[in-house]
Write a protein that binds this ligand. Structure first.
Ligand SMILES: *Cc1c(COP(=O)(O)O)cnc(C)c1O
Length: 406
């Protein structure tokens, strides 16, 4: 059964994580007489009692006592431990943005002459990185339709294909990918499956599906308050970890202790926020489906969302981000007027905070996927506001849309 006709989303994966989100990543939790939260420890230089002691410390390892602040402070390492629990992997590297979490593994695992497969629905800055920097380094990229079949993917694989990248659901267009199939084809070819798992945090368990590298823009729900830019890369294999850790250090990747602290603080309440926001989002998405102005609601829990069957099979819930496609007769400029008319929904990039957002998504770049005629589309992020208030705001927007159409 799909969520079109359910009152609530499928039982969500955050309940499973509820205790970990509270207890994990708190190295001090066992000690008596300490504060609940880890302190922010700022620092670059690490002092040693002797040269011998300094030489014994391996800066490349994941020790709490490293030789330099760029290898990570104690609070960064606690955040990394909690991310490993959430993603179900063994090691996590925290980096300075979600975008770095996409680019660092590509730099770590690709070399000149290698070939990369990217889904046509990929986050556009990842696309730009492949088209400019990777290209300059002699790494070739082929874009594949996010809904490509096993045979189509096999045909696109080359002997030099080293990474198959997936992002599920896709940015702006929300296609849910058949990740286990992509894993199989990649592994048959000795390639890695790297997944941008930002939308699926906690409800898509990447390593149980064979994924090699899982990426999070922690900026979204883990941060949760639109006040931090930070990312993470998780693996489940010692050899991959060594390569990834080495690349991260060479690229100077770490995150400031204040940002790590904010992210840990965000994670403590992420489960309850997501529970609430996913329910509100489903309610609003269902209501939008009944509106005469709307041709399609791109929500993975709905049966008409591309890849809905994979969402049903592989995910244990959804988040508060989805797309809305307006009827073909509604012009892009009328849709823009409607968006300008909204007062509850902030116009802005990013998502995952406590507040509602809207972003036009008409005419995103696609290279291989035939989109047919361009229809006005926008993306909604549903925050913690009262659902009726959000619906009333959207209803006023539709009224304005109908007036401008005349
Ligand atoms: C936001 C986002 C990123 C980038 O994260 P930043 O922290 O903003 O750099 C990467 N991938 C996806 C799917 C995102 O939504």
């Amino acid at each position: 059964m799909s969520a079109d006709n359910l009152n609530v989303s499928r039982e969500n994966g955050w309940d499973r994580l509820a205790t970990a989100l509270v207890q994990g990543g708190r190295a001090n939790v066992e000690a008596k007489g300490t504060l609940v939260n880890l302190p922010v420890t700022r620092g670059s230089t690490v002092l040693f009692p002797s040269l011998e002691e300094m030489n014994r410390t391996d800066g490349r390892s994941h020790n709490h006592v490293a030789v330099y602040g760029a290898m990570g402070t104690p609070i960064q390492h606690e955040l990394e431990k909690l991310l490993s629990i959430i993603e179900g992997g063994t090691h996590t590297q925290v980096v300075n943005s979600g975008l770095s979490a996409c680019t660092v593994p590509l730099l770590a695992f690709l070399s000149s002459g290698d070939h990369l497969l990217l889904p046509d629905s990929v986050y556009s800055p990842t696309r730009r990185f492949a088209d400019t920097m990777l290209r300059r380094m002699g790494i070739t990229t082929t874009y594949y339709p996010p809904m490509a079949s096993r045979e189509e993917i096999k045909e696109l694989m080359r002997p030099e294909t080293r990474v198959v990248f997936a992002e599920s659901p896709g940015s702006h267009t929300f296609e849910v990918q058949d990740v286990p199939m992509l894993v199989e084809v990649a592994h048959q070819n000795d390639a890695l499956l790297v997944l941008d798992n930002t939308w699926g945090i906690g409800v898509f368990q990447p390593f149980s599906k064979g994924v090699d590298v899982s990426i999070q823009a922690l900026t979204k729900y883990p941060g949760g308050h639109s006040d931090v830019i930070i990312g993470s890369i998780t693996v489940n294999d010692e050899k991959l970890w060594k390569t990834l850790r080495d690349a991260s250090i060479q690229l100077g990747q770490c995150a400031g202790p204040d940002d790590c602290w904010l992210t840990l603080r965000g994670l403590r309440t992420m489960g309850v926020r997501l529970n609430h926001q996913s329910k509100s989002a489903l309610e609003i998405a269902r209501w939008l489906k009944t509106r005469p102005e709307v041709s399609r609601v791109l929500h993975p829990a709905f049966s008409d969302c591309p890849g809905h069957e994979f969402w049903k099979r592989d995910f244990s819930g959804s988040c508060g981000l989805f797309g809305v496609e307006l009827k073909p007769e509604i012009s892009v400029s009328s849709a823009e007027k409607m968006i300008n008319h909204l007062t509850m929904f902030g116009i802005g990039a990013s998502w995952g905070g406590y507040e509602s957002l809207v972003l036009p998504t008409t005419g995103h770049i696609r290279r291989v996927t035939d989109e047919g005629p361009i229809q006005a589309t926008f993306r909604l992020h549903i925050g913690l506001e009262k659902v009726d208030d959000l619906k009333a705001d959207l209803a006023r927007g539709f009224d304005c849309l109908n007036e401008t159409k005349l």
